[in-house]
Design a protein around this ligand. Structure first.
Ligand SMILES: Cc1ncc(COP(=O)(O)O)c(C=O)c1O
Length: 394
């Protein structure tokens, strides 16, 4: 049998330390490796496989659209793009949408849109306040927006125009605001930063500050959106409406997509300002439409809320048993265990052996982001593997 990890070592750019498993097949919440070993997938493509692997609705939309029309230039109207746009607008507080190919690209669009707004309405203000511990993507501007040194250091000098404030501290955002500020960009829950949940009033305080100053609130819902935290969009749980919102990950069930949404007054691009060759093509949008429609029609966000509570109750039991668990963080099916020591990597490998995929989001934190369609039985199975693996450390 071909040694795929060895080939990767030889050929692939050295950008990621991978889990030692080569996956070849998936169905529902399960995946299988080259040797036929089965795993329960609580990573779900980093919160992408919202309907699990190869969900019939995703497969049907993909195959039917592949036989009909895969791609055209955005110089022409296409039906799936406009159908998906309408579904998003009808189910959110935003009025306009632009499709692209990834989360980073959606955030790039948000940054450009906010700068455009600053030029038009805020005397040329261009600075965007972001938060420490945030993650907004890997392009230069989104790295500059990301509040983590490790992502920034290798690429200095970074594009100008980003100011950082502590997360979960609206006073810090106020202090960072100047007449150069055009927007504040924040995640409702920091995902890559370790599943950090702010206090309940945080987004409301920031929204009020944006209103007072006439600046834009950009919510990066790339990880929290599309049902992940128990509502279709995260903002719906916090009593605020963003001026601009970005989506990606779970929107098209595994097919690459990004979306930039804006309120009418913030939607200031004019023809020629922005674009994408592949963004919003018929294939991707047909799958996005099928995925999002399934999520809405089947009340998945409410189910996610309940499943999240069930999962948290099980994690509480583990916390009571194992002193090295410090806390349970997150909402819905975006959850993490905080750990006293840097043992997340070791726990991930032990879980892998037992047939469970989980993510070491920090050296001292384990993250869980299973497909939104998992069952309580799947959660029980994951909990029992976690317990078995953790018991060995006692
Ligand atoms: C909140 C958030 N924003 C942006 C991104 C970047 O998305 P992508 O990797 O699709 O470019 C991510 C990816 O993890 C994310 O979690």
């Amino acid at each position: 049998m071909e040694n795929w990890p060895e080939l990767e070592q030889k050929l692939y750019m050295r950008i990621i330390k991978r889990c030692p498993v080569t996956l070849v097949r998936g169905k529902g919440a399960r995946v299988w490796d080259v040797e036929g070993k089965e795993y329960l997938d609580f990573v779900a493509g980093s919160a992408v496989n919202s309907l699990g692997h190869c969900h019939p609705v995703v497969v049907k939309a993909l195959t039917e659209q592949a036989k009909t029309l895969i791609h055209t230039s955005n110089l022409f109207y296409t039906v799936p793009q406009l159908q998906l746009a309408r579904l998003l607008i009808e189910n959110s507080c935003l009025n306009r949408v632009f499709f692209c190919n990834s989360g980073a690209e959606a955030n790039e669009g948000a940054i450009k849109l906010a700068r455009r707004y600053g030029k038009l309405y805020l005397g040329g203000a261009y600075e965007i306040i972001t938060t420490r511990g945030s993650f907004h993507g890997r392009t230069l501007a989104t790295v500059a927006a990301t509040g983590q040194d490790k992502h920034q250091q290798p690429y200095i000098p970074l594009p100008d125009g980003f100011v950082q404030a502590d997360y979960d501290d609206s006073k810090a955002v106020q202090a960072a605001t100047s007449n150069r500020t055009c927007a504040i960009m924040v995640e409702p829950i920091q995902g890559e930063g370790g599943v950090n949940v702010p206090h309940d009033g945080y987004l409301r305080e920031i929204r009020a500050w944006c209103d007072e100053k006439g600046i834009l609130l950009i919510l990066d819902e790339i990880q929290t959106g599309i049902g992940r935290i128990g509502s279709l969009f995260g903002y719906q749980q916090y009593g605020v409406e963003p001026d601009i919102m970005t989506l990606a990950k779970g929107l098209a069930g595994g097919v690459p997509i990004g979306a930039l949404l804006a309120k009418e007054r913030a939607s200031v691009f004019v023809p020629g300002d922005h674009g994408s060759t592949f963004g919003g093509n018929p294939l991707v949008c047909a799958v996005g439409m099928a995925t999002l429609k399934f999520i809405i029609d089947n009340g998945i966000p409410a189910k996610v809320k309940k499943l999240g509570q069930y999962f948290v109750a099980g994690l509480e039991n583990l916390k009571a048993k194992f002193g090295f668990i410090t806390e349970i963080r997150g909402r819905g099916l975006l959850l993490a265990l905080g750990l006293t020591e840097n043992i997340a990597g070791e726990l991930v490998l032990a879980c892998l052996k037992e047939g469970l995929l989980v993510n070491p989001v920090k050296p001292n934190a384990l993250r869980f982001m299973p497909p939104l369609i998992i069952s309580e039985k799947d959660i029980d199975e994951a909990l029992s593997i976690l317990e078995k693996v953790m018991a060995r450390r006692l």
